[in-house]
Design a protein around this ligand. Sequence first.
Ligand SMILES: Nc1ncnc2c1ncn2[C@@H]1O[C@H](COP(=O)(O)OP(=O)(O)OP(=O)(O)O)[C@@H](O)[C@H]1O
Length: 276
Amino acid sequence: MTHTAPQSTPHTGARPAGTDDPAGSVPALSVEGVSKSFGGLHVLSSVDFTVPAGTVFGIAGPNGAGKTTLLNLLTGFGTLSGGRVRIHGEDATGGDARAVNALGVARTFQNIRLFRGLTVAEQVRAGGYRHRRASLLGSLVGSPRDRADTCAGREAADELLDVVGLGGRGDVLAETMSYGDMRRVEIARALATRPSLLMLDEPTAGMNEADWSPIADLLERLRADGMTIVVVEHNMRLIERVCDRVAVIAAGEVIAEDAPAPCLRRPEVRRAYFGK
Ligand SMILES: Nc1ncnc2c1ncn2[C@@H]1O[C@H](COP(=O)(O)OP(=O)(O)OP(=O)(O)O)[C@@H](O)[C@H]1O
């Protein structure tokens, strides 16, 4: 892990939601004995780990290990078959994505989920909507206060696009962008909700090093700003570079959890990936 002189990131302009524990004594995320079955298929078995506030935690593992299923459960998409999830100390076991979001959590998806027909800036502003004072009706009819809010939303969106490396491209239709750039838009949209806990599902999938390295830089800057990040990744170089700890999941179980370099060298981890 190399946290090299990260610059402060102007991603929020305010302390993010869900952080009334300045000493950082309450973990940002506690995963306690989480299990999930689909019918008779046991996908996750008693997964445990804790993510301290202000750290970056990686989740790795071979295809089909259960990583996305786990991230879905942590963000309220789907109900647990067993166990408990706590976010900033609050129970978040109920499978309610809106309630999880209200605890300061934002996420991106493995399969990109952008709105068709919206520009890049509009996608980001959609993410930040709940932080504007204007009512939805107000924004549609455009009262003077709402117009001011919309301008503020636009400025914030432009700022976030700079942060993710898409400065000046706010007017581009998102669906016309490269896969890597669409992933950046998703991250900007997630940041627009001012999360204290950001969960990313394979943010660098399909990217070459020139593309993923700036994403790693961004994660380092967000961490330096105090954000907690959980990242599902196959890219071991990114994990080694940005994560404080990583859990490796195989066949639905955590088989190793440690700092990235020693974790990825463990024989059980190598067996899970390479079969030897
Ligand atoms: N809704 C579902 N119904 C039935 N089985 C499911 C469902 N969702 C996931 N699975 C199964 O759960 C297992 C774990 O899938 P999951 O997508 O969580 O793995 P993953 O580790 O994220 O894989 P990858 O790295 O390929 O994305 C797979 O066998 C998958 O087919």
